[in-house]
Design a protein around this ligand. Structure first.
Ligand SMILES: [Zn+2]
Length: 71
């Protein structure tokens, strides 16, 4: 089992209609993928996110255990 970080876009206020959820091995990677998703799906530029937005998104990131096949 590996710890992974996951973000479900619908948990974000105003994004309830978005089915995307993103999982990554590290928070750093997750932030990058969230940024890509925001740009592609919501035409948002993550560079424009203010501290408040980043702090809010941070609260939506959850840690999960992932079954991995490599032993
Ligand atoms: Zn989304």
């Amino acid at each position: 089992m590996t710890i992974a970080y996951t973000y479900a876009c619908r948990d974000c206020e105003g994004m309830e209609a978005c089915p995307a959820s993103i999982t990554a091995e590290t928070r750093e990677e997750l932030w990058q993928l969230m940024g890509h998703h925001a740009q592609i799906a919501h035409a948002e530029n993550p560079a424009d996110w203010d501290q408040e937005t980043v702090a809010y998104l941070e609260t939506l990131i959850r840690e999960v255990n992932v079954e991995t096949t490599d032993k």
